[in-house]
Design a protein around this ligand. Structure first.
Ligand SMILES: O=C(O)c1ccc(O)c(O)c1
Ligand SMILES: [Mg+2]
Length: 611
């Protein structure tokens, strides 16, 4: 289907908006009046600029406060409208949006509204223009789609149809099934927007918090199904008023927008994409640092061995059971000078198919080989720049990223066993694998990152949660496979948290955190100190054996429980931008210890600033 985007959804000048829309593969745009008024380009130049970019101007908008007004006022409204019809001829736009009046002059009289819209349509028709009448959720007398449609039907003019906007319809809780009763050819335009579910004034909600389909809480798949079954033949157009998108890079927002529409068309059965390939595990996480020694010391204390070295690059593979970490010191030219998490390898049943889907969803695909002699690997860049590899680890039928590594002799020679990358049996208190990867997102990319992880990586979103920090608020949302074999937690921090303190972390799974913490401390590792107050509260909240609480207090282990299981965890000190978490997840515990996160954030501030 044809895809379109309203210029109000993108940042920048009109030219920048058009370029971004075209770059993301949109077929058309809705031009917002203000974008035209503020543009130095004449309407004919806008038209040819759009044409050169392969974009149609699918809608011009809006005409406001037109209908159901006293005769004299309507005369003035018609003159104003005719002015815009002439402009639209120059623009090459043939559909104009009229939103339901919010004017105090408007009267509650459907017959008058229908008569005046009929007269407006008759004038528009002379210019070859169609009127699409839309009910604003806060319209003075007309605020539901069925009401707008009743008026359009009563007006009975071929140049008059209705515009459906998913936000206005779903925000008011209208039943979208009634859309199927509208003849498809009388739906002149379809605007799509999602929004987080919020209890607030609907105008403020609409003007500030709309987002792209799949980023909010509305069921747009069902909604679109009704519109398509009605026989709507026009474009799917995104009209998203969003404070963050107004500031973000237009080219990236446009790609995020197009990705959301492709996902929506897939879920509504209107288009197909290469099938999703859910990952089955975390193959590795890659850390970049100019100086390997500080992180190597922590990894040794955590029980990791330096198991292999890259054949051609300064990259070491550290491993313990299924936890594999790459430490890359070729990073001096990287944007980060401090230790940072730069790549994640996801074990994929079919790396090539995962990459095909990623490409169809406009993810930036990275070169398959970083160097001519490297094994070919499928990888894409996440919105925050993290490289995500689709991996097959040591599977005979596929190239393996481990092919680029040469096993190193074990530190304590084991004559019977040759050097190997396999290590299925961790010692008691050892690390078993990677429980989750936690990535901090730039503040303006949280919704984009969420859609990316769901659509491109095939992960299921969990609830968004707020976490209090002494100096602001974090918003965090985890994405996971159904079986929990891959968990990625995204967080966006307070504006005051500058980039250097936006830490990322790797949570390492163990079956025995008490032994793991003791071994780490005995090996010279340092855990983040946890205040005594925390443990007093723990005793009040949970009926844990007092001896356990004493042990947790001694070691700095925190505890949480949900209806399915228990969670115990502790954190290392931060090196550069990265810290490690030891995690013991028992039963079916689904969370990440969120109730304990404020304690961590306060302790990390204290460690950094001595306060
Ligand atoms: O907020 C508004 O004024 C406004 C204008 C035009 C639209 O299509 C819309 O959905 C909202
Ligand atoms: Mg609208």
């Amino acid at each position: 289907m044809r895809t379109s985007i309203a210029t109000v959804s993108l940042s920048g000048t009109l030219t920048e908006k058009l370029t971004a829309a075209a770059g993301a593969g949109f077929d058309g745009v809705e031009i917002f009046e203000n974008d035209l008024l503020a543009s130095p380009l004449a309407p004919e130049d806008i038209r040819s600029r759009a044409e050169d970019l392969g974009l149609g101007i699918d809608l011009y908008q809006p005409l406001r406060d037109i209908e159901a007004v006293p005769a004299e006022q309507f005369g003035r409204n018609l003159r104003r409208a005719e002015h815009k019809f002439r402009l639209m001829r120059q623009l090459g736009a043939d559909t104009v949006l009229v939103c339901s009046s919010v004017s105090p002059l408007a009267v509650d009289d459907d017959a008058l509204a229908a008569e005046q819209l009929h007269r407006l349509a008759a004038v528009a028709e002379q210019y070859g223009i169609r009127i699409a009448y839309e009910a604003l959720a806060w319209g003075r007398h007309v605020h539901t789609y069925h009401h707008a449609w009743r008026i359009v039907e009563a007006a009975g003019h071929p140049a008059l149809g209705t515009c459906l906007d998913s936000f206005h319809i779903l925000a008011r809780g209208s039943d979208p099934r009634g859309i199927e009763a509208i003849p498809g050819d009388k739906i002149f335009f379809l605007q799509l927007a999602d929004a987080p579910l919020m209890a607030m004034d609907v105008l403020q909600w609409s003007r500030h918090h709309r987002c792209f389909p799949g980023q909010g809480g509305f069921d747009l798949t069902t909604f679109l199904g009704h519109v398509l079954r009605a026989g709507y033949p026009g474009p799917l157009s995104l009209e998203v008023f969003n404070d963050v998108f107004r500031e973000a890079e237009a080219a990236e927002t446009a790609i995020d927008a197009q990705r959301s529409l492709r996902m929506l068309q897939e879920s509504a059965g209107a288009a197909s994409l290469p099938a999703p390939v859910a990952p089955t595990g975390v193959a590795f996480a890659e850390l970049a640092t100019p100086d390997a020694e500080p992180v190597a010391a922590v990894l040794r204390a955590l029980g990791f061995d330096r198991r292999a070295a890259h054949r051609t690059k300064p990259v070491s593979l550290w491993q313990q059971a299924d936890a594999r970490l790459l430490v890359n010191t070729a990073g001096s030219a990287r944007r980060e000078q401090a230790l940072s998490l730069t790549a994640v390898g996801l074990e994929s049943p079919s790396p090539a198919e995962a990459a095909q889907r990623a490409e169809a969803l406009l993810a930036p695909v990275l070169p398959r080989r970083r160097a001519p002699e490297d094994a070919p690997l499928d990888a894409v860049a996440a919105p925050d720049g993290t490289e995500v590899f689709f991996c097959a680890t040591d599977r005979p039928e596929q190239p393996s990223w481990t092919d680029d590594f040469t096993p190193q002799p074990r530190p304590e020679p084991q004559p019977q066993s040759p050097p190997s990358l396999q290590d299925p049996h961790p010692a008691a208190g050892g690390v078993r694998g990677i429980d989750h990867v936690a990535l901090t997102q730039p503040w303006h990319q949280f919704d984009e990152a969420a859609l990316f992880h769901r659509s491109v990586l095939g992960l299921d979103p969990q609830e968004s949660i707020d976490v209090a920090d002494p100096y602001g608020l974090w918003r965090s949302r985890a994405f996971r496979t159904a079986d929990g074999s891959v968990r990625i937690a995204l967080a966006v921090g307070p504006a005051s948290a500058d980039d250097s303190v936006r830490s990322q972390h790797l949570a390492l799974a163990t079956d025995d955190i008490v032994t793991a913490a003791r071994r780490f401390l005995a090996a010279g590792g340092r855990l983040l100190p946890v205040p005594d107050n925390y443990y007093d509260d723990l005793a009040a909240r949970f009926d844990l054996p007092p001896g356990d609480i004493d042990t947790y207090r001694e070691l700095g282990i925190l505890y949480d429980r949900d209806t399915d299981g228990e969670f115990r965890h502790c954190w290392t000190e931060t090196i550069g931008r990265v810290f490690f978490e030891l995690v013991q997840r028992d039963g079916g515990y689904r969370g990440y210890g969120a109730p304990n996160a404020p304690v961590r954030l306060a302790a990390q501030h204290a460690a950094r600033h001595g306060r």
